[in-house]
Design a protein around this ligand. Structure first.
Ligand code: NAD
Ligand code: IPM
Ligand code: MN
Length: 368
């Protein structure tokens, strides 16, 4: 069998810093577990713009289509704020998602016991929390037409369109139900069917898919604004949440804080199966390029390292190795080794990005 391939796109800001650490973890798996990948690296976002005048070259896009999995750090930053919209770093990321047709974005929010005290919510509300947000990633208001800034009656008007076809709702609903079957068998679908036609269709299609093929899974519906409130009131009522692109973006940042820090949250973006049976896939932390802490060795590498764990599980059938890596992260946190984002003001001295990885690799080593 060919060595599985992985394309690494560090991107900008702390994306580069955390990806350096992920490379060390990949090297460990190669050396100690004989889990080898054919790894190539390329540019995306502002870094690609600086080198090529575009946030994603056609050549990089073509490479992403060919590999077994893409691992992306983060894109964006104030340096690129004034660029034309068409070449902004974020456009590179959105093109990857759209052209690879990565319609199901899995954003787990799991509260490690060691961090339950650290969440901005009370410990009993978050301890043991394990939810999965399935965000539709290739449609909705991020991509709907018409879009743009137009002149109308002597003033400018900004337009984005929320648009969903039945097929787009159907396929992401199926992903959510399939995941629920492997978890606690519950799906909560969130939209705003009370004010949006796209929400009415969303609810109808999710209900129809459920009735036809997933009646064994418990299904509920919730308006997304109430969903945001319920996520901070009683998040443990949820197992899998399925929602659209924009609501999913917002609700997943909200869920991130339940776990203690945005620096802890990984994600997997999955598309249809390729010829080899593996899903098209990109893995990335939920956080961005964190311009406020870049270049200071303060970034928490866990979200990106846990994204690698998701890649091991979902793209490479290496569930046991994924668990080994997740356990190593959990043990390090339990020992009180933390980057600054996971420390109270009086919590002692935080470790640096690379020291956090040193500790994780030491735990991996101890697991042998
Ligand atoms: P951000 O996620 O970069 O940062 C939000 C806050 O969380 C900051 O205070 C930051 O320091 C902190 N934070 C984030 N990740 C952290 C980590 N690993 N360790 C420690 N602290 C961490 O969001 P933002 O500031 O709104 O956006 C900055 C740039 O990143 C923007 O250009 C935005 O478009 C981009 N962005 C990119 C992605 C992505 O590439 N997937 C995601 C979100 C935002
Ligand atoms: C995310 C980010 C992206 C999004 C941006 C950077 C395009 O916020 O992955 O959550 O809005 O989807
Ligand atoms: Mn976001």
């Amino acid at each position: 069998m060919n060595t599985p391939s992985m394309l690494i796109l560090p991107g900008d800001g702390i994306g580069q810093e955390v990806m350096t650490e992920v490379q060390r973890v990949i090297a460990w798996f190669g050396d100690k577990r004989d889990v080898k990948f054919d790894v190539s690296e390329d540019l995306v976002g502002g870094a690609a713009y600086d080198a090529h005048g575009t946030p994603l070259t056609d050549a990089t896009m073509a490479k992403a289509q060919e590999v077994d999995a893409v691992l992306l750090g983060a894109v964006g930053g104030p340096k690129y704020d004034d660029l034309d919209f068409s070449v902004k770093p974020e456009r590179g990321l959105l093109r990857l998602r759209k052209e690879m047709d990565l319609f199901a974005n899995l954003r787990p929010a799991q509260c490690f016991d060691a961090l339950a005290d650290f969440s901005s919510l009370k410990k009993d509300i978050v301890s043991g929390l394990d939810i999965m947000i399935v965000r539709e990633l290739t449609s909705g208001s991020y991509f709907g037409e018409p879009r743009g800034i137009f002149e109308e009656d002597g003033q400018r008007v900004g337009i984005n369109t929320q648009r969903y076809t039945e097929a787009e709702i159907d396929r992401v609903a199926r992903s959510a139900f399939e995941l629920a079957r492997k978890r606690n068998n519950k799906v909560c679908s969130m939209e705003k069917a009370n004010v949006m036609e796209s929400g009415i269709l969303w609810r109808e299609v999710v209900t129809a898919v459920h009735k036809a093929d997933y009646a064994d899974v418990e299904l509920s519906h919730m308006y997304a604004d109430n969903g945001a409130m319920q996520l901070v009131r009683a998040p443990k009522q949820f197992d899998v949440i399925v929602t659209d692109n924009l609501f999913g973006d917002i609700l997943s940042d909200c869920a991130a804080m339940l776990t203690g820090s945005l620096g802890m949250l990984p994600s997997a973006s999955l598309g249809a199966p390729m010829a080899n049976g593996r899903p098209k896939a990109m893995y990335e932390p939920v956080h961005g390029s964190a311009p406020d802490i870049m270049g200071q060795s303060k970034a928490n590498p866990c979200a990106c390292i846990l994204s690698l764990a998701m890649a091991l599980r979902y793209s490479f059938d290496l569930g046991e190795e994924a668990t080994r890596l997740e356990k190593a992260v959990e043990t390090v946190l339990a020992k009180g080794i933390r980057t600054g984002d996971l420390m109270q003001a009086d919590g002692g001295k935080p470790v640096s990005t690379s020291e956090m990885t040193d500790a994780i690799i030491a735990e991996l080593q101890a697991s042998l």
